[in-house]
Design a protein around this ligand. Structure first.
Ligand SMILES: [Zn+2]
Length: 639
């Protein structure tokens, strides 16, 4: 049994003495307080009606890192040497009024966009246990009824009780409710976390430094981007600036992602932003490591909260993030207030814990797409497709050993009945299977010419090999180059070769690719998307064929995509593997002014629609590639 009360009289106008007197009177005369004191549990139950929908409120209310920051809780520090903890559990600490408070917390449970809850057991400090549950219920007339409920068990007799009643019943209640109202206003305005004004401003001389870098950051791009960045660095609060993700900001600003990423790279070179490489855990997608240079990366990593080792992949696990350089704006370094709320796993739409035999009914709001349902103790996963034709209600029994059900189809708004008959407690998760595509990965960044030009010293440690799941490689070869040198002499010939390199580089950079290296008269270039490489080939061919001089230059192109490894060779990032070997041989199968490409390129959906508009009928042929037994299916066309 607990107590449930509202300490409204503590919000009376008046000085501290009046409040303290009212608080003491409340402590001594309120019967529910006495009952709670006897039962060692205090329950605070706060409700309010808000104008925004649960979906609009969720990004703010369920961002527990921001909520704890905005309500004035101190920053937390993870306790790393806690290997006896079960996977998913976290040990954290903070200092409250000079008092060390340390606790273990269960993984958060949540159902987007309606509720979340957390339970913490304390090892040090005035509390024994805290449970928090937030519930957002849509109201029939629009808006949300928000209920925020906190259970407290004090550890210290009397002092712990008084601390809870004062801090939670009075101070926190007032702050929490006003923060929820602020979030409601922000949600109504369609604002993001970057619109929450901070109190900190530029460092001394910071604005001048930023202004002096304007030309370097904007290059020949849109000046609006520089204004957005300036506004952000001047007005956003410290928390929002902790971790700037260029693609997320590009989407928010309605600007092309590559433009923003390139501007951020230039800003990092100009000393306005700092670039960091974060390693994302494939399971929880949290940050397992963070490094200032690529040279600090290893091809294996470990997630301390999932207790798993994983191999690092350039196009999945390594993300480039930015924060202001301290010369422009100083951001506190240890600055996290909650490490594992729903905000930290936006791909995860539901996480519920079920004890053996338990049944729960959850209402789901899901975007269309592919999901997977998995549980901590059950092998495999249950594929779920969310589509308009899906079921609006579905009953699922958790199996004892492994998932063997067929794919389940759900409607975007559906009700799921879950029964745990597996024989053991289960943590059940419903996750979007698509890897988050709003991360600027190391594969994206290192295939940009801007990065290769500005950060030419950024390389992996010697001997380190990191795999990359999919990359598009372009090789070019200048036709009849031997004859060219003989015909017009070495120096003029080399001048023309350099001219053609410059045009190739221009065309490649304009499509978001980068030159990895030149080998004799050949170029090896990298792209993230095959279609970008095709567009670059077309532009380069046109530019080179317009070059004056005789004989006319003619280029052979070869294009292939696949996985490979990234290493550092001769102080620069380079690519190795069979994808590279095959791609390198393709120009040899082409005529001058022709491109040869593989099935991997041909089957890409973007390439297919580009070909339809530009080159409807490339010619199919088969050819032997040195070192491979099977002939390859290839296509050729004039560019
Ligand atoms: Zn993890």
């Amino acid at each position: 049994m607990g107590c449930d009360f509202l300490a409204d009289e503590l919000l009376l106008e008046g000085g501290h003495l009046v409040r303290i007197f009212a608080f003491l009177k409340f402590l001594l005369l309120e019967p529910l307080v006495i009952i709670a004191y006897m039962t060692r549990e205090y329950v605070f139950d706060w409700s309010l009606d808000l104008q925004s929908s649960p979906e609009a409120l969720w990004p703010f209310v369920a961002d527990t890192n921001r909520f704890n920051h905005d309500t004035g809780l101190p920053a937390v520090t993870p306790v790393l040497k806690a290997s006896e903890l079960r996977p998913g559990m976290k040990r954290l600490k903070f200092s409250l009024f000079g008092l060390l408070v340390e606790w273990d917390e269960q993984p958060f449970e949540w159902v987007y966009p309606y509720r979340f809850q957390i339970r913490r057991w304390y090892r040090r400090g005035p509390f024994k246990e805290i449970r928090v549950r937030a519930e957002m219920t849509p109201k029939p007339e629009g808006g949300t009824h928000l209920q925020y409920k906190v259970w407290f068990a004090p550890a210290w007799p009397l002092i712990g009780d008084v601390a809870i009643l004062w801090q939670v019943g009075f101070v926190s209640r007032f702050r929490f409710l006003s923060v929820f109202r602020k979030y409601d206003r922000l949600a109504q305005q369609g604002a993001s976390q970057f619109d929450i004004p901070g109190t900190a401003r530029f460092a001394a001389g910071g604005k001048q430094r930023l202004e002096a870098s304007r030309a370097a950051i904007v290059a020949d791009g849109d000046p609006i981007l520089f204004e957005r960045l300036t506004w952000l660095l001047e007005h956003a609060d410290d928390l929002a600036l902790q971790r700037l993700r260029p693609y997320q900001l590009a989407d928010l600003w309605s600007l092309p992602r590559r433009t923003v990423l390139e501007a951020f790279l230039r800003a990092a070179r100009a000393g306005v932003l700092d670039l960091r490489w974060e390693l994302l855990c494939p399971s929880c997608r949290g940050t397992a490591e963070s490094h200032a240079t690529l040279g600090e990366l290893h091809n294996r990593s470990h997630c301390p909260s999932c207790h798993i080792d994983f191999s690092v992949n350039f196009d999945r696990q390594v993300e480039a993030v930015f924060r202001p350089n301290p010369a422009v704006r100083v951001i506190p370094s240890m600055y996290q207030f909650c490490v594992s709320g729903p905000h930290s796993q936006p791909h995860n739409r539901m996480t519920v814990q079920l004890v053996e035999g338990e049944e729960v009914v959850v209402s789901l709001v899901l975007e269309e797409g592919r999901y997977s349902l998995n549980a901590s103790g059950i092998r495999g996963e249950l594929p779920i497709v969310v589509c308009k034709e899906g079921e609006t209600s579905c009953t699922l029994a958790l199996p004892a050993d492994r998932w063997d059900e067929e794919e389940v189809r759900l409607a975007p708004r559906s009700v799921l009945h879950l029964k745990n008959g597996s024989g053991s407690p289960q943590f059940v998760r419903l996750e979007r299977t698509a890897w988050r595509d709003d991360a600027a990965t190391a594969a994206d960044v290192t295939s940009l010419q801007v990065f290769r030009d500005l950060f030419s010293s950024e390389a992996l440690r010697t001997g380190e090999e990191i795999s990359i799941g999919s990359v598009t490689l372009l090789f070019t070869d200048l036709r009849n180059s031997t004859r060219l040198y003989l015909q017009i002499g070495d120096a003029p010939a080399f001048g023309r070769v350099r001219q053609h390199f410059a045009l190739l580089e221009q065309a490649i950079a304009a499509e978001g690719g980068a030159i990895v290296k030149t080998i004799g008269d050949s170029v090896m270039a990298v792209f993230r998307q095959p279609v970008a490489a095709l567009r670059a080939v077309k532009a380069a061919h046109q530019a080179i064929s317009q070059l004056e001089g005789s004989p006319a230059l003619s280029i052979k192109f070869g294009l292939h995509a696949g996985s490979c490894i990234v290493v550092t060779l001769n102080d620069r990032l380079d690519y190795f593997g069979s994808t590279v070997n095959i791609a390198a041989r393709l120009p040899g199968l082409a005529e001058g002014g022709e491109i040869v490409f593989s099935r991997e390129i041909r089957n890409d959906p973007e390439v297919q629609s580009w070909l339809q508009q530009n080159y409807p009928e490339p010619t199919w042929f088969q050819a032997q590639v040195k070192g491979y037994d099977q002939p390859f299916d290839l296509w050729r066309m004039w560019v």
